[in-house]
Write a protein that binds this ligand. Sequence first.
Ligand SMILES: Nc1ncnc2c1ncn2[C@@H]1O[C@H](COP(=O)(O)OP(=O)(O)OP(=O)(O)O)[C@@H](O)[C@H]1O
Length: 574
Amino acid sequence: MKVLMPYFKRYHVDVWVAMLSVIVLVFATLWQPRLLQVVMEAIIKNDQQTVFREGLMLLGLAVLGIVGGIVNTIYSAKVALGVATDLRADLYAKIQSFAYADVEKFSASNLVVRMTNDINQVQQIVMAGFQQITRIPLLFIGAFMLAIITMPEQWWVIIVMMAVILLASWIAVQRMTKYFAETQQDIENVNTVARENLMGIRVVKSFVQESNEIKKFSTASDQLTAVTAKIGYWFSILMPIFFLTANLAVGMAVYLVGQNITAHPGYLAAITSFISYLMQILYAVINGGFLMTFASRAFISIGRISEVLNTEPSMTYVDGENAAPLAGDISFEHVTFTYPGDDQPTLRDVSFSVKAGSMLGIVGATGSGKTTLAQLIARLYDPDSGVIKVGGVDVRQIPEKALRATVAYVLQRSTLFSGTISGNLKQVRPDAQVNHMRWAANVAQASEFIERLPQTYDAPVEERSQNFSGGQKQRLAITRGVIANPEILILDDATSALDARSEKLVQEALDRDLKSTTTVVIAEKIASIIRADQILVLDDGQISGSGTHRELLQNNAIYQTIYQTQKAREEGVQ
Ligand SMILES: Nc1ncnc2c1ncn2[C@@H]1O[C@H](COP(=O)(O)OP(=O)(O)OP(=O)(O)O)[C@@H](O)[C@H]1O
């Protein structure tokens, strides 16, 4: 709850209005049975004047109660909405500050549930809290005292009723808290299955996996249903217990009063008032129970939100707004790197250096660590040991903006954001004009298809860029990579969906138009890196050889094997 305090402070006026309006509402609620009793006594005595006067007051009190209730609801909603919005914004900002590894640790779908479902739980508890948190104790204590004042000899009826209700609530809350925690986990599972299925819908369809996917989804969904049903079960038995107990209490009170009503005719008015107070006590206890179950659920959500807010990014950047790019030299000095949670390093004692403006090719078997190495240049992770330098500076000493201005990283399957082509390009270069876009698209061999689109550079990019083919997406990603004319351009299998001719044209354009840029090309095909100034051969996380194509062909067995295999395959195709 402590985590919410700073947020409440921002809305302190609304908080006060919500709390004070509750006092008005409770006063009106508690005083109505009292006035009703007076009116009834006046009716019994046939005192018209009192009936009229007190009746009017009763009406005024009812209106006051309604106004108090409305004001309280409006202001509670304002606080709840404001707190939820601010909390969501802070959570989002925190996630943005995370290192890549931190996002992987939580998983994307888990973070989405925390930003949506968990925040909704908080919003609901804040709303319910400001409506009920002062109302319940005030109503409970007030109704209890007034009930005893009204009929002192019936005190034990109230005590027995409360004892039964509180015991039942306590048992139910104990059980339900456990199920609430399970619910959040099950919601996450349903989200993960649905997300994976929808993102990979083409694979699902092409491998006729629909029925398997339906089964997977049903299992996750059935678990959620089962745990939700258990919560429902406890609610369903709780309510009848509450009402049965209250009705028995009312019956008992009426029976006891009935025994000596003839001796005390005034009891007739008092019993009405007494029953009203019993009902108010019941209302307070039921709502208190609801609030507690709600709260136990919301506390789990608050805990999950706090966990994200309290996570310190595993990687931080040195302060500085300096966004001036560094030179394009790269060096690795005895770099060893292990993925968080793994026990074996993925890269071991990797050392090499690349001069600015030259081309580095990286080849190796699948899983040998090529992408990992590229990610370290872009500082998506920090190494366990060793130093990585860009422009002669340890990457850990480079402000984030400067590093991003220096290194552009194009992946095999880069994400384009929904919006427009120009919007995507302007994310990298905010001042980009059409001539800049055209230049970059020419390099990436993308201008031809972009300029055939009716809206050219303002053409829409749909969610997950599904309105473009694989090759078009790669060309757009390369366009985005080159538009800011970076000092270092990493192409991580970024031309895999391009035909050989287009790939050659991209390479020629890079040589021609980005002469001073250091290019790091990771490729399956040796043809893609054959002209590199230096080629690294990675084998199980280690550099097995380095040199030009010619040198490696002479002295590196792994390189020779890859080359011969690819050559044989090509000749077989021809
Ligand atoms: N985020 C991650 N967490 C844990 N292990 C990972 C992660 N990413 C990659 N790995 C592991 O690290 C090793 C190297 O992966 P990497 O992607 O760098 O290889 P690669 O040479 O680029 O492979 P490919 O040619 O198939 O793309 C693999 O064994 C992989 O399973």
